[in-house]
Design a protein around this ligand. Structure first.
Ligand SMILES: Nc1nc2c(ncn2[C@@H]2O[C@H](COP(=O)(O)OP(=O)(O)OP(=O)(O)O)[C@@H](O)[C@H]2O)c(=O)[nH]1
Ligand SMILES: [Mg+2]
Length: 342
């Protein structure tokens, strides 16, 4: 699973990327600083894993991570190759979730490509670019598929999609089943991807961008290192942004991607993993190692919070919290998985 950071130039995409991944990408006060995409890994904050760490004192505590790609700024007519153009739309095709960063901060030293801070206008421009790029892809594909009798269903799906997008839709919620969305996504279309609008504040005069945008201040976050968690929350509240900050953003991404966490305790390492919600025990085993999935015999499963409450694996087993499960067991968020395999 990958997250792509998308938006106009000079809105704080690379700065956000650096905060999420600590990758140290160039973030400068001029547009198109980013040309080649930056890749990094964002660590998922995990209070449950931290508590397991305190309890078990392993040599290694490994948090789950998600890949993040910082993509060059898009501008109007990017779909026709303007600015850094089409090549960068290609990067968006690679991701499962888009962080759409919208500039809500005013700063005379950091030129805005349209001079004024207007989140609604900017958001519409980016979404229109994604939509126009999709129409081009869909129409090109339709030209080919219409000639194939076996592609009737796909043609119908694409025609319905083109109509919806041409009418200005920027979300498919409610109009398509999950299966149809997956199918559209697999064809390389951009709008069917999960998206979180991220409004980079502060700016007291801006109209509020796209409803449901995650409000953050990249500038504020950059200065929070030396503050305690309580102070950070307080400072965010004062700035009128989401009090969960970066952690909350990544957490929202995890949910939008439909991922749950499970844990392994093995040797000197306690580790968190991500899998799609609804995955089976053998699929979870496969994310650890294909050999473990191939030789799967059974799994011992215990909720991490049950282990923390019981104080030890033995006490948790004695109280009946630990279950022995087969391959088809549906993993629950927060399970600790111990696979017995051949
Ligand atoms: N005042 C203020 N400046 C910010 C904020 N976020 C980013 N900046 C500054 O804005 C400038 C552009 O930031 P970048 O992170 O490079 O922006 P970008 O969206 O990656 O830009 P391109 O790569 O050119 O598309 C840098 O000088 C940042 O320090 C913010 O919240 N407030
Ligand atoms: Mg950049």
């Amino acid at each position: 699973m990958k997250i792509g950071i998308v938006g106009l130039p000079n809105v704080g995409k690379s700065s956000l990327f650096n905060l999420l991944t600590r990758a140290g990408a160039a973030a400068e006060a001029y547009p198109f600083t980013t040309i080649d995409a930056n890749h990094g890994m964002a660590v998922l904050a995990d209070p449950v894993l931290d508590r397991l760490g305190q309890m078990l004192s392993p040599q290694k505590l490994t948090h789950a991570r998600i890949e993040v790609i910082d993509i060059a700024g898009l501008i109007k007519d990017a779909h026709k190759g303007e600015g850094l153009g089409n090549r960068f739309l290609g990067h968006i095709r690679d991701v499962d979730l888009i962080f759409h960063v919208i500039r809500g901060f005013a700063d005379a030293n950091i030129p805005h490509v349209f001079e004024t801070v207007e989140p609604c206008r900017d958001a519409e421009i980016i979404l229109a670019e994604l939509a126009l790029a999709d129409l081009e892809i869909a129409e090109r594909r339709l030209d080919r598929q219409r000639k194939l009798p076996e592609a009737r269903e796909e043609v119908a799906l694409l025609e319905r999609y083109c109509k919806l997008i041409a009418a200005g839709a920027v979300s498919l919620n409610g109009s398509y089943t999950d299966e149809e969305k997956l199918c559209l996504k697999a064809l390389g279309l951009l709008i069917p991807r999960a998206r979180i609008d991220v409004l980079n504040l502060p700016d007291s005069t801006s109209r509020v961008a796209a409803e449901g945008a995650y409000r953050i201040s990249v500038g504020l976050e950059e200065g929070l290192e030396d503050f305690s968690p309580e102070e950070r929350t307080q400072l965010r509240k004062e700035a009128g942004v989401n009090s969960a900050g970066l952690r909350g953003l990544i957490e929202r991404a995890r949910q939008a991607l439909g991922l749950i966490r499970f844990y392994t305790i093995k040797g000197d390492e306690v580790r968190a993993w991500l899998i799609a919600a609804g995955s089976s025990a053998v699929q979870a085993a496969g994310t650890i190692h294909t050999d473990i999935a191939d030789g799967f015999i059974k799994a011992e499963v215990l909720g991490a919070t049950d282990l923390i409450q019981a104080g030890s694996w033995r006490d948790a087993s004695a109280s009946g919290k630990m279950k022995v499960e087969g391959k088809d067991y549906v993993m629950q968020d927060g399970d600790i998985l111990l696979v017995k395999f051949r």
